[in-house]
Design a protein around this ligand. Structure first.
Ligand code: ZN
Length: 146
């Protein structure tokens, strides 16, 4: 993993962005990665199909917390379709290390190094799978487990 990418991951793991709960949450979901012991609860506010606000709280390894923190920054203001497209790219990035020629990934590109460590892929995708579950479940059905 490049030093620069590693620094961003360490920064987000030590000082996660968007921690806590949304004041006006419409969706919430808890996710768990038993392979590593990572867990997090995602809190979302959607308005007209767009992510207005997103927060998370959790406990886990540096990769899982950094990935969740980076995800909350990346999805704010995006539609569900855009979120789905972004997850597909992140998934390809961490499972295959796919070269990304797309600026839409932004800072999420730092997760590229994860593909060299197959055991950590689930750490990196936990927040995203939790997000998918929250969105699939729909509004006002909050606080069940993945
Ligand atoms: Zn982990």
């Amino acid at each position: 993993m490049s030093d620069l990418y590693q620094q961003v991951i360490i920064d987000h793991a030590q000082s996660p962005r968007n921690q806590g709960e949304c004041k006006y949450a419409t969706h919430a979901q808890t996710g768990h990665n038993p392979l590593c012991g990572d867990q997090l609860t995602l809190s979302l506010q959607l308005k007209n199909g767009v992510v207005e606000d997103v927060h998370f709280q959790g406990d886990g390894c540096a990769i899982s917390m950094a990935s969740a923190s980076l995800m909350t920054e990346a999805i704010k203001g995006k539609s569900q379709e855009q979120v789905d497209a972004l997850f597909a790219k992140v998934h390809a990035l961490v499972t295959e290390g796919s070269e990304v020629d797309d600026a839409s990934l932004g800072k999420l590109v730092v997760l590229k190094g994860v593909h060299a460590y197959p055991m950590r892929v689930k750490c990196a995708t936990l927040a995203w799978h939790t997000l998918q579950a929250a969105l699939k479940k729909g509004e006002n059905l909050i606080s069940t487990e993945v």
